[in-house]
Design a protein around this ligand. Sequence first.
Ligand SMILES: Cc1cc2nc3c(=O)[nH]c(=O)nc-3n(C[C@H](O)[C@H](O)[C@H](O)COP(=O)(O)OP(=O)(O)OC[C@H]3O[C@@H](n4cnc5c(N)ncnc54)[C@H](O)[C@@H]3O)c2cc1C
Length: 600
Amino acid sequence: MPTYKAPARDARFIINEVLDLASYGNLPGFADATADLVETVLDEAGKFAAEVLAPLNLPGDQQGCTRHPDGSVTAPEGFKAAYAQFTESGWGTLSQPAALGGQGLPHVLGFAVEEFLCAANQSFAMYPGLTSGAVSAILAKGSPEQQALYLPKMIAGTWTGTMNLTEPQCGTDLGLIRTRAVPQADGSYAITGTKIFISAGEHDLSENIIHLVLAKTPDAPDSTKGISLFIVPKFMVGADGAVGARNAVSCGAIEHKMGIHGNVTCVMNYDEATGYLVGEENKGLAAMFIMMNAARLGVGLQGLAQAEVAYQNGANYAQDRRQGRALTGPAEPSEKADPLFVHPDVRRMLMDAKAFTEGTRALALWCGLLVDLAHVAPTEEERQAADDLIGLLTPVIKGYGTDKGYDVATNMQQIWGGHGYIAENGMEQFVRDARIAMIYEGANGVQAMDLVGRKLPAHMGRAIQLFFAEVDRECAEAAGEPRLADLAERVGKANSELKAATMWLMQNAMANPENAGAGAHHYMHITGIVALGLMWLRMGKAAAKALSAGTTDTAFYEAKLVTSRYFGERYTPDAGALRRKLEAGSATMMELPAEAFATA
Ligand SMILES: Cc1cc2nc3c(=O)[nH]c(=O)nc-3n(C[C@H](O)[C@H](O)[C@H](O)COP(=O)(O)OP(=O)(O)OC[C@H]3O[C@@H](n4cnc5c(N)ncnc54)[C@H](O)[C@@H]3O)c2cc1C
């Protein structure tokens, strides 16, 4: 049985020493987030994740969800009780607005807890995760009446939420949606259509399920410009908030899939179900994007989370399992063989994992801070800068974070050798669960195009210029610290590769957009490397400071410096290779005719 221990110490280091949360104490919502409170929340959430959720992960994977003949669905054994405990402890309310029953704490704390929940049990964490995405869309675009009616119960977790975009003929291309919404005399809409792949579409964890559904009104343009967003409750909700009769929405089937077996994936049938418009007609996509942007950061956290739990189990196994001898001679001569840990190739995989998980945790938590600063920073300029950076980094965390998260999970499975391939050991579950994060919430190729096609050119490249400047500033500052000078030089070089790649895209993508499409994946990965480099510089700086100040936790901070060096040596050189791939352009990639790919 795999084990999990929440990396609360590491999250605390990032929040307190790298991001210096205390320095934002004068901003709304931050005053309550004292170092003591941060420690308590991280420790308690870590305990809940490790003691309640992690033990349900493997059994939940083996049992899966069950659909009954009447269309109802039960989640795996133990999920309902764990969900009750989750809502009672208020874990879903941490960064939700206080006015609606939330705790109003900074998102950075919510992000840290979200990682723990996903690492312990991604299938479970998706139920409240989707709810919080639905909450953000209603918060941003719902009427005051809708907010008052739905949000307090969704935030409390009494009701859960879903997002219904996908249909059989329409996944990435939402313009192809066929679900219809016909206006009714009472102001509601009759929703008819079939949605597929709907996570948490039907289950027994909550009293009600609030579906957010994309559909088209009869006269709407037949494109993405004609999509509207609707609230469709599973059970109708009275004006007083009481749950009433069943709405005409049902789960027609559940999918049998590669991973996340504990989270149900439903075919949802809408048969003139009563729906309520959110925001304006034909503006549904913009509203759904609010939900998707929040969800994309959440999915990036899933990549980190699966990498982290796989890493912990890979590292433990490497110390226990004995095979062969160290290249320099027996490390433990009294034993018949040395632990796997002595082999440099095993260390390579472990160090890759450590550099990725710790770096990505810092990046994700910085983004959590930026989410708040975009709203509450004191000046318009600071709010703008935070918003620009979060927009730029969202596809990077989602795309790069889940591509690499999956790689790390498979490497950790590799450390287990054949035993990693055996289901009861749990390592293959991490790989299967990590895989979906590269696909949903916009496949990673689409994330790369979002970065290159939308985020990069927006406001004449304002966001990427800001990012370049931030990295250059951090490199210049670190150059004077002997233990960071090498990393600073390497991250500086990677940043130069990113600048050159950006310039190449500016010069070559206008003339031929396929040049952007052909290089987008590489560009996203270079940006990911530079972003993690920035994080390692900041973590290195905080570690050097703690060591100079005479910390007693020397091992923790020394390990940070060694890992930062490893990151510089082993991650940053890839930026140059990726840039050269990008600069090869699209010509060869697109040259062969379709017949050349014939398989018969
Ligand atoms: C387990 C699971 C849970 C899900 N949960 C939900 C949910 O809760 N709600 C919901 O609405 N949907 C959900 N989905 C659907 C998911 O979001 C889609 O599967 C995903 O967006 C891709 O759509 P598609 O499968 O139709 O693939 P397609 O759109 O057919 O794309 C196939 C592949 O082509 C490439 N591609 C397509 N378009 C482009 C492009 N423009 N640029 C570059 N590459 C491109 C990508 O590599 C992509 O992977 C879920 C799916 C699964 C499997």
